[in-house]
Ligand binder design. Structure first.
Ligand code: DCP
Ligand code: MG
Length: 484
């Protein structure tokens, strides 16, 4: 079965695709071609036949370039001076991020019209799950994708490349096989052979460090991994070793996860000049954290883990996490954790990007239990929780006996709750306190806890309280065969 033939906008050739498994391939990956450059060329038809290079401004790095410029050897992330040497007649343009965001969203909306199950990976690419293609549209996934490719060309005025396969790993590889304006398929029948001579770097999760390690072990192709026992791969490379085993067999059971399942919320900024100074970075972090907290409040969600993201002047990414004792949407708590993470990274290195966010999301109702922030009441003067000041309206109170674990850091100072979970876990139903010898009743410390918060919810209960949009969508795999 062949998809409808369409004309290539570059050479005018008729294009057609055929594959024995075509009706069964249901996972698509779409990636816009030379995205920023294509948008600029669209908007300036006089540049249609010129090599266009985006970037190379103050920072001096190429963001991307059109395929014509690539013929001269110009590439993304290349220093601008090198791009100028390779392509002296190239047209260098500054990026217009707002425009690219807008156009990226247009493409995304068009994808969503084909299937609601899309998983964006970046501004110009996304996975699409077309499992319900026949039921929804009466057409095969391939037919719908070819129509989408043509529609994006007509409506947005840029070309995109599409890969279609039976899983995400292969769909993403396929979309890159025949750029620009490509449409490639990888079926079950040829997957293993196709992968056999491909470089290990092609595998999802293999960056420069893992590639080096594999090369040192004499493994250059995915086919070589196919020959190695799973236990050996796991022993040598850890959990990713298991993935190598499956990838080399063309196997990948990751689902296309829709955007309705928000996984994190963050804010980041790229500086116009690289920064190493601790105070300057701290100021920026404070501002970004304010934005994150504001968004959390607006969306009524809370994060259990604070994430700090840095990119060094030479483009090395550093991501640092701190798991909190409880989900929070409090700006001060997020900031304190993020600052701790930031200060560990300050060593004179110059950074070009700083970001902060939270992940491991919960409904705000499950966040920041009031007792952690409740001040002692006049009736319970002996109560000390070691927590910062009261932020809640006092409700009906009950007093319970409890063993108080003072929250102290290494220097003996009392510290706020969230950032010290590993060192000194607070009393929870999941982390029962060790039972020291009982203190005399008169000296026994008390914790004041709001009545309606007892007993403390378990992690499972907290998770259960997630609102629907943030809960992982479990897709039922489509049945291909029936047993009678
Ligand atoms: N980008 C960037 N810096 C990089 C890589 C990419 O600013 N080092 C930006 C510019 C790209 C956009 O992200 O247009 C999308 O990235 P892609 O990797 O998809 O690259 P292109 O779409 O430009 O080209 P391709 O046709 O190879 O997808
Ligand atoms: Mg692209």
């Amino acid at each position: 079965m062949a998809a409808p033939a369409i004309l290539c906008p570059h050479c005018g050739d008729k294009r057609s695709i055929a594959h024995a498994e075509l009706p069964e391939l249901e996972i698509g990956h779409l990636d816009c071609d030379a995205f920023y450059a294509s948008i600029e060329k669209r908007d300036r038809p006089e540049l249609a036949h010129q090599p266009v290079i985006i970037g190379g401004g103050k920072r001096g790095v190429v963001s991307t370039c059109c395929y014509m410029a690539r013929k001269f050897g110009v590439r993304s992330a290349m220093p601008a001076f090198k791009a100028r040497e390779l392509c002296p007649d190239g047209i260098f343009l500054p990026p217009d991020m707002a425009k690219y965001q807008r156009e990226g969203m247009r493409v995304r909306d068009m994808m969503r019209a084909v299937t609601p199950v899309i998983e964006p990976l970046s501004i110009d690419e996304a996975f699409m799950d077309l499992t319900d293609s026949y039921e929804r549209t009466g057409k095969s996934p391939a037919e719908n994708l070819v129509a989408l490719q043509r529609l994006i060309l007509q409506e947005v005025g840029i070309t995109v490349s599409i890969g279609l396969s039976y899983n995400k790993f292969l769909a993403k590889i396929a979309s890159d096989l025949n750029k620009p304006f490509g449409f490639s398929l990888i079926g079950r029948a040829e997957a293993v052979e196709f992968l056999s001579d491909k470089p290990v770097r092609m595998m999802w999760g293999v960056g420069p460090a893992m590639e080096r390690k594999l090369h040192q072990d004499g493994i250059k192709t995915i086919g070589q991994l196919h020959e190695i026992d799973i236990h050996h791969l796991q022993g040598r490379y850890g959990s990713i070793g298991k993935r190598f085993y499956h990838f080399s067999r063309g196997e990948d059971n990751r689902q296309v996860e829709t955007t309705s399942e928000r996984k994190s919320l963050s804010s980041e900024t790229t500086f116009s000049d690289d920064i190493a100074d601790s105070a300057a970075l701290g100021d920026i972090l404070t501002r970004l954290t304010g934005r994150v907290a504001h968004d959390l409040e607006r969306k009524r969600i809370a994060g259990h883990t604070v994430v700090l993201k840095l990119k060094t002047a030479d483009f090395k990414s550093r991501t640092r996490n701190m798991r909190l004792a409880y989900p929070t949407l409090r700006e001060d708590v997020i900031l304190q954790s993020a600052m701790t993470l930031l200060h560990r990274e300050i060593d004179g290195t110059k950074f070009r990007l700083l970001g902060v966010g939270v992940t491991d999301l919960f409904n705000a109702d499950a966040a920041d239990p009031d007792d952690l922030f409740a001040a002692s009441t006049p009736a319970n003067d002996e109560v000390t929780s070691g927590m910062p000041g009261n932020t809640t309206t006092p409700g009906p109170l009950t007093t319970v006996s409890a063993t108080l674990i003072p929250s102290q850091n290494k220097t003996g100072e009392t510290t706020p709750n969230h950032a010290v979970m590993r060192a000194t876990p607070p009393v929870t139903s999941e982390t029962p306190a060790p039972a020291p010898a009982p203190a005399p009743a008169a000296n026994r410390p008390l914790i004041t806890i709001k009545n309606d918060l007892l007993p403390r919810p378990t992690t499972e209960q907290l998770r259960e309280s997630l609102t629907r949009p943030y809960r992982k969508q479990v897709k039922q795999p489509r049945q291909h065969k029936f047993v009678f």
